[in-house]
Design a protein around this ligand. Structure first.
Ligand code: SF4
Length: 376
C-alpha cells in the first residue's frame, strides 16, 4: 500500500472567526461550526489538501454551550464523553467556530466553486428553530443546493415541510446503527440516564421525508463497523433502495474516550467489499440474492455477473465518498477525512481514484475470491 498522501498542511492562520455575542456565548444561530476542510475551502483557514482536488462541499454543524443532548456510544459529541463541548471533535476532526454572518458572506463570495451545503443539526431544544434561521440566512444570499442532516427527536412532519418550503432539497438521517438491537444498545440505552434516541422516531422521519422531498432526495447515513453483520447492511441498503432512499456509508473510526473508543476500526477488506456491494445495489441493479452470506451473516460470495462487478471496480466509483450531489448530479458533498484521519489512506475518495489507487484497491478487495465462491 502506498504511503498516505492525504495529510492537509496543518491550518496555520486561524482567521478571526467572528465576534463574541453580547453575553460572551458563541452558540447557534449566531455561530456555527464548519468542518476543517470546509474552512480551508472558504479560505477561513489556511491549508491545503495533500492531493489536489476540487472541493466544494460545505458542512456546518450547530453549536451549543451545553452540547448535544444525545449520548451515542461512538460519537465524539456524546454528552458523557469527557471534555467540554467546545473541545470535542466530531468524526475525529476539528470543527472551527465561525460567525454565521461571516460564513454566509464567505459562501456567497465563493459560490461559483461550491457544490453542496449541509447543516448538521444536533439534539437540542433550539435546533429546529436555529436551523430555520440559518437556512433563511443562507438562502437569502447563496443558491448552492442545501441539505439538512437532521436530528429526528427535534422534528415532525410539519417541521420537515417547513424545511422544504425554505428551499432545502435533500434530507439526511444519521441512522448509523443498521439494526434495531444495535441502535437500542448504542443510542437508546444511555448509561448516564436521560433521553435516548428512538428507532421508531428515526424511521418515521425517514418516511415523512421520503414522502415530502421525493425519490432519491433522502439519504440514510450508515456506519460500517458498529457490530452489525454484512447481511444486515445489505438487507437495509436494498430495502432503502426499494423505497428510493439513498444509503451513504461511513467507516467506523473510534473516537478516543467515547464508549466505543477502544473498538477496532473496521478491517479495510470488509469496508471495501461493503462499498462495492452498496454500489452494485444502488447503481447496477444488484439484489440481495446476488450476494451469498456465511452462517454468521458475513459476505462470502457475489453471485451477480462477474464482468459487471469487475467493471464497477475498474470505474473506481464504488470507493468515492457517498454524499449528496451538486446541482448537475456531480459529487457534491465529498467530506474529505469523514471516515479516516488526514494522516491515513483514504477510506473513501473525494475524487475518482487513479490507476495507482485502483491497483491498491484491487489488492484490498481480493474480489476474485468472492466471485469464485459465487460460481460454485
Ligand atoms: S451527504 Fe448529504 S446529508 Fe450527509 S453530510 Fe453531506 S450533504 Fe449532509
Amino acid at each position: 500500500m502506498s504511503a498516505p498522501t492525504t495529510s492537509p498542511a496543518a491550518p496555520t492562520v486561524p482567521v478571526a472567526l467572528g465576534r463574541p455575542s453580547g453575553n460572551g456565548s458563541q452558540e447557534s444561530p449566531t455561530w456555527v461550526r464548519v468542518s476543517g476542510a470546509s474552512a480551508i475551502a472558504l479560505r477561513l483557514r489556511s491549508g491545503r489538501f495533500g492531493r489536489s482536488f476540487a472541493f466544494g462541499g460545505i458542512n456546518l454543524l450547530l453549536t451549543y454551550d451545553d452540547g448535544c443532548r444525545s449520548d451515542c456510544a461512538y460519537c465524539g459529541l456524546a454528552r458523557t464523553r469527557p471534555g467540554t463541548y467546545d473541545e470535542k471533535s466530531f468524526i475525529r476532526v476539528e470543527w472551527p467556530l465561525v460567525a454565521t454572518d461571516e460564513l454566509v458572506a464567505r459562501m456567497a463570495a465563493h459560490e461559483e466553486r461550491l457544490t453542496r451545503l449541509c447543516i448538521s443539526m444536533v439534539t437540542h431544544p433550539r435546533a429546529f428553530r436555529d436551523t430555520v434561521t440559518i437556512t433563511e440566512a443562507i438562502r437569502s444570499s447563496v443558491r448552492t443546493p442545501l441539505s439538512v442532516l437532521v436530528a429526528p427527536p427535534t422534528l415532525n412532519r410539519r417541521k420537515l415541510e417547513r424545511l422544504a418550503d425554505l428551499g432545502v432539497d435533500m434530507i439526511g438521517v444519521g441512522l448509523d446503527a443498521v439494526t434495531e438491537d444495535l441502535f437500542r444498545s448504542l443510542r437508546t440505552e444511555v448509561p448516564a440516564g436521560g433521553a435516548g434516541l428512538s428507532w421508531d422516531k428515526y424511521w418515521s422521519v425517514v418516511s415523512d421525508a421520503r414522502d415530502l422531498f421525493g425519490p432519491w432526495k433522502v439519504n440514510c447515513h450508515l456506519l460500517v463497523g458498529l457490530g452489525e453483520r454484512d447481511r444486515d447492511l445489505l438487507e437495509l441498503i436494498t430495502a432503502l433502495h426499494d423505497q428510493q432512499v439513498l444509503s451513504y456509508l461511513f467507516c467506523f473510526n473510534p473516537e478516543p474516550d467515547s464508549r466505543l473508543g477502544e473498538r477496532e476500526k473496521t478491517p479495510l477488506r470488509r469496508w471495501r467489499r461493503i462499498q462495492l456491494a452498496r454500489f452494485l445495489v444502488q447503481e447496477r441493479g444488484f439484489r440481495l440474492q446476488d450476494f451469498g452470506f456465511d452462517d454468521e451473516g458475513g459476505l462470502r460470495a457475489i453471485l451477480g455477473p462477474p464482468e459487471v462487478v469487475r467493471d464497477a471496480i475498474r470505474s473506481g466509483e464504488p470507493f468515492m465518498t457517498n454524499g449528496c450531489p451538486g446541482e448537475q448530479g456531480e459529487p457534491g458533498c465529498t467530506r474529505p477525512y469523514g471516515s479516516y484521519r488526514p494522516s491515513e489512506p483514504f477510506r473513501d475518495f473525494p475524487f475518482l481514484p487513479n490507476g495507482e489507487d485502483l491497483a491498491v484497491l484491487e489488492a484490498e478487495l481480493a474480489i476474485e475470491e468472492l466471485l469464485e465462491r459465487g460460481r460454485r
